[in-house]
Design a protein around this ligand. Sequence first.
Ligand code: HEC
Length: 167
Amino acid sequence: MRLLKQLFWVFVVLGVLSAVILIFTYDIIKIEWISFMEIQPSYRPMEDPLPPPERSIPVEGAIAIPGMPPPENPVEADEASVTRGAELYALHCAMCHGQTAEGNGPVAPFLANKPANLTSSVAQSKSDGSIFLTITNGVDGKMPPLNENLLVPERWDLVNFIRTLAE
Ligand code: HEC
Protein backbone atom coordinates (compact mmCIF):
# COMPACT_ATOMS: atom_id res chain seq x y z
CA MET A 1 0.00 0.00 0.00
CA ARG A 2 2.81 2.37 0.93
CA LEU A 3 4.67 1.54 -2.26
CA LEU A 4 1.57 2.35 -4.33
CA LYS A 5 1.23 5.71 -2.61
CA GLN A 6 4.88 6.55 -3.30
CA LEU A 7 4.55 5.53 -6.94
CA PHE A 8 1.45 7.71 -7.24
CA TRP A 9 3.35 10.78 -6.07
CA VAL A 10 6.31 10.01 -8.31
CA PHE A 11 3.95 9.97 -11.29
CA VAL A 12 2.23 13.17 -10.20
CA VAL A 13 5.58 14.99 -9.95
CA LEU A 14 6.76 13.60 -13.30
CA GLY A 15 3.46 14.54 -14.93
CA VAL A 16 3.56 18.11 -13.66
CA LEU A 17 7.19 18.50 -14.73
CA SER A 18 6.58 17.28 -18.27
CA ALA A 19 3.48 19.46 -18.56
CA VAL A 20 5.54 22.50 -17.58
CA ILE A 21 8.28 21.59 -20.06
CA LEU A 22 5.75 21.05 -22.84
CA ILE A 23 4.14 24.43 -22.18
CA PHE A 24 7.48 26.11 -22.89
CA THR A 25 8.44 23.90 -25.83
CA TYR A 26 5.27 24.71 -27.69
CA ASP A 27 5.51 28.41 -26.89
CA ILE A 28 2.19 28.42 -25.03
CA ILE A 29 3.99 30.65 -22.59
CA LYS A 30 6.59 32.63 -24.50
CA ILE A 31 9.74 33.79 -22.82
CA GLU A 32 12.06 36.27 -24.56
CA TRP A 33 15.33 34.50 -23.88
CA ILE A 34 18.37 36.69 -24.07
CA SER A 35 20.13 36.05 -27.36
CA PHE A 36 23.33 37.89 -28.00
CA MET A 37 22.72 38.24 -31.73
CA GLU A 38 19.81 40.46 -30.83
CA ILE A 39 21.79 42.87 -28.71
CA GLN A 40 22.75 45.05 -31.65
CA PRO A 41 21.12 47.72 -33.79
CA SER A 42 19.52 45.27 -36.18
CA TYR A 43 16.29 45.40 -38.16
CA ARG A 44 13.56 42.85 -38.21
CA PRO A 45 12.05 42.00 -41.58
CA MET A 46 9.67 44.75 -42.77
CA GLU A 47 11.34 47.36 -40.58
CA ASP A 48 12.42 50.41 -42.56
CA PRO A 49 16.18 50.84 -42.73
CA LEU A 50 17.23 54.22 -41.39
CA PRO A 51 18.54 56.81 -43.83
CA PRO A 52 22.34 57.06 -43.98
CA PRO A 53 23.81 59.24 -41.24
CA GLU A 54 24.03 62.95 -41.95
CA ARG A 55 27.11 64.09 -43.92
CA SER A 56 28.05 60.51 -44.86
CA ILE A 57 29.13 59.94 -48.46
CA PRO A 58 29.31 56.74 -50.55
CA VAL A 59 32.67 54.98 -50.77
CA GLU A 60 33.00 56.02 -54.40
CA GLY A 61 32.57 59.70 -53.54
CA ALA A 62 29.62 62.03 -53.37
CA ILE A 63 27.21 61.37 -56.24
CA ALA A 64 24.60 63.99 -55.60
CA ILE A 65 23.92 65.79 -52.39
CA PRO A 66 20.29 66.87 -52.11
CA GLY A 67 19.99 70.62 -52.49
CA MET A 68 23.43 70.94 -54.10
CA PRO A 69 24.11 71.46 -57.82
CA PRO A 70 24.93 68.37 -59.97
CA PRO A 71 28.46 66.97 -59.42
CA GLU A 72 31.49 68.11 -61.44
CA ASN A 73 33.09 65.64 -63.87
CA PRO A 74 36.22 64.30 -62.09
CA VAL A 75 37.32 62.05 -64.98
CA GLU A 76 39.49 63.60 -67.68
CA ALA A 77 38.05 63.05 -71.16
CA ASP A 78 41.20 61.42 -72.53
CA GLU A 79 41.26 58.72 -75.20
CA ALA A 80 41.18 55.85 -72.68
CA SER A 81 38.11 57.22 -70.94
CA VAL A 82 36.24 57.85 -74.21
CA THR A 83 37.11 54.35 -75.46
CA ARG A 84 35.81 52.80 -72.25
CA GLY A 85 32.71 54.97 -72.55
CA ALA A 86 32.09 53.79 -76.12
CA GLU A 87 32.29 50.14 -75.05
CA LEU A 88 29.94 50.72 -72.13
CA TYR A 89 27.57 52.64 -74.39
CA ALA A 90 27.37 49.70 -76.81
CA LEU A 91 26.54 47.40 -73.88
CA HIS A 92 24.15 49.49 -71.81
CA CYS A 93 22.62 52.22 -73.94
CA ALA A 94 22.74 51.33 -77.65
CA MET A 95 19.68 49.05 -77.54
CA CYS A 96 17.54 52.08 -76.75
CA HIS A 97 19.49 55.13 -77.86
CA GLY A 98 20.91 53.43 -80.97
CA GLN A 99 24.40 52.76 -82.28
CA THR A 100 24.60 56.30 -83.62
CA ALA A 101 22.89 57.64 -80.45
CA GLU A 102 20.10 59.25 -82.44
CA GLY A 103 17.43 57.59 -80.32
CA ASN A 104 16.84 54.78 -82.83
CA GLY A 105 18.02 51.57 -81.13
CA PRO A 106 16.36 48.21 -81.84
CA VAL A 107 14.24 48.50 -78.69
CA ALA A 108 13.12 52.08 -79.40
CA PRO A 109 10.09 51.21 -81.59
CA PHE A 110 8.59 49.27 -78.66
CA LEU A 111 8.92 52.08 -76.12
CA ALA A 112 6.06 54.44 -75.37
CA ASN A 113 8.58 57.26 -74.78
CA LYS A 114 11.18 57.58 -77.47
CA PRO A 115 14.79 57.61 -76.25
CA ALA A 116 16.50 60.97 -76.49
CA ASN A 117 18.74 61.77 -79.45
CA LEU A 118 22.02 62.15 -77.60
CA THR A 119 23.70 63.91 -80.53
CA SER A 120 21.09 66.69 -80.51
CA SER A 121 21.81 70.13 -79.20
CA VAL A 122 19.11 69.60 -76.57
CA ALA A 123 20.91 66.61 -75.04
CA GLN A 124 24.34 68.18 -75.50
CA SER A 125 23.26 71.38 -73.77
CA LYS A 126 22.97 69.47 -70.47
CA SER A 127 25.92 69.70 -68.10
CA ASP A 128 28.18 66.68 -67.51
CA GLY A 129 26.74 66.36 -64.01
CA SER A 130 23.19 66.40 -65.30
CA ILE A 131 23.90 63.60 -67.83
CA PHE A 132 25.65 61.70 -65.03
CA LEU A 133 22.55 62.01 -62.85
CA THR A 134 20.31 60.87 -65.73
CA ILE A 135 22.41 57.70 -66.07
CA THR A 136 22.41 57.25 -62.28
CA ASN A 137 18.73 57.83 -61.59
CA GLY A 138 17.15 57.23 -65.00
CA VAL A 139 14.16 59.23 -66.13
CA ASP A 140 11.02 58.42 -64.18
CA GLY A 141 8.96 55.87 -66.10
CA LYS A 142 10.98 56.39 -69.28
CA MET A 143 14.59 55.35 -68.78
CA PRO A 144 15.75 52.86 -66.11
CA PRO A 145 18.25 53.97 -63.45
CA LEU A 146 21.58 52.36 -64.31
CA ASN A 147 23.39 53.01 -61.04
CA GLU A 148 23.38 49.30 -60.21
CA ASN A 149 24.85 48.33 -63.57
CA LEU A 150 27.57 50.97 -63.81
CA LEU A 151 30.21 52.07 -61.33
CA VAL A 152 30.61 55.79 -60.72
CA PRO A 153 33.81 56.11 -62.86
CA GLU A 154 32.11 54.12 -65.63
CA ARG A 155 29.26 56.61 -65.68
CA TRP A 156 31.71 59.47 -66.11
CA ASP A 157 33.41 57.56 -68.97
CA LEU A 158 29.96 57.40 -70.58
CA VAL A 159 29.50 61.14 -70.12
CA ASN A 160 32.88 61.76 -71.77
CA PHE A 161 31.88 59.49 -74.66
CA ILE A 162 28.50 61.19 -75.12
CA ARG A 163 30.32 64.54 -75.37
CA THR A 164 32.17 63.27 -78.47
CA LEU A 165 28.80 62.71 -80.20
CA ALA A 166 27.91 66.40 -80.47
CA GLU A 167 26.77 67.19 -84.00
C1 HEC B 1 15.26 51.23 -71.77
C2 HEC B 1 15.79 52.14 -72.73
C3 HEC B 1 16.92 53.04 -72.31
C4 HEC B 1 18.19 52.70 -71.93
C5 HEC B 1 18.78 51.32 -71.73
C6 HEC B 1 18.91 53.93 -71.74
N1 HEC B 1 18.08 55.00 -71.98
FE1 HEC B 1 18.58 56.95 -71.88
N2 HEC B 1 16.67 57.49 -72.28
C7 HEC B 1 15.66 56.62 -72.60
C8 HEC B 1 14.45 57.36 -72.87
C9 HEC B 1 13.11 56.76 -73.25
C10 HEC B 1 14.78 58.73 -72.70
C11 HEC B 1 13.87 59.92 -72.93
C12 HEC B 1 13.34 60.42 -71.62
C13 HEC B 1 12.48 61.64 -71.83
O1 HEC B 1 11.71 61.66 -72.79
O2 HEC B 1 12.62 62.54 -71.02
C14 HEC B 1 16.19 58.78 -72.35
C15 HEC B 1 16.89 59.95 -72.09
C16 HEC B 1 18.27 60.00 -71.91
C17 HEC B 1 19.03 61.22 -71.78
C18 HEC B 1 18.49 62.62 -71.85
C19 HEC B 1 17.88 63.01 -70.54
C20 HEC B 1 17.45 64.47 -70.57
O3 HEC B 1 17.79 65.12 -69.58
O4 HEC B 1 16.81 64.90 -71.53
C21 HEC B 1 20.33 60.88 -71.63
C22 HEC B 1 21.53 61.80 -71.45
C23 HEC B 1 20.40 59.43 -71.65
N3 HEC B 1 19.11 58.94 -71.83
C24 HEC B 1 21.54 58.69 -71.55
C25 HEC B 1 21.57 57.31 -71.48
C26 HEC B 1 22.79 56.55 -71.30
C27 HEC B 1 24.19 57.13 -71.21
C28 HEC B 1 22.42 55.24 -71.24
C29 HEC B 1 23.31 54.03 -71.01
C30 HEC B 1 24.13 54.04 -69.86
C31 HEC B 1 20.98 55.17 -71.41
N4 HEC B 1 20.51 56.45 -71.54
C32 HEC B 1 20.24 54.00 -71.40
C33 HEC B 1 15.74 55.23 -72.66
C34 HEC B 1 16.86 54.49 -72.33
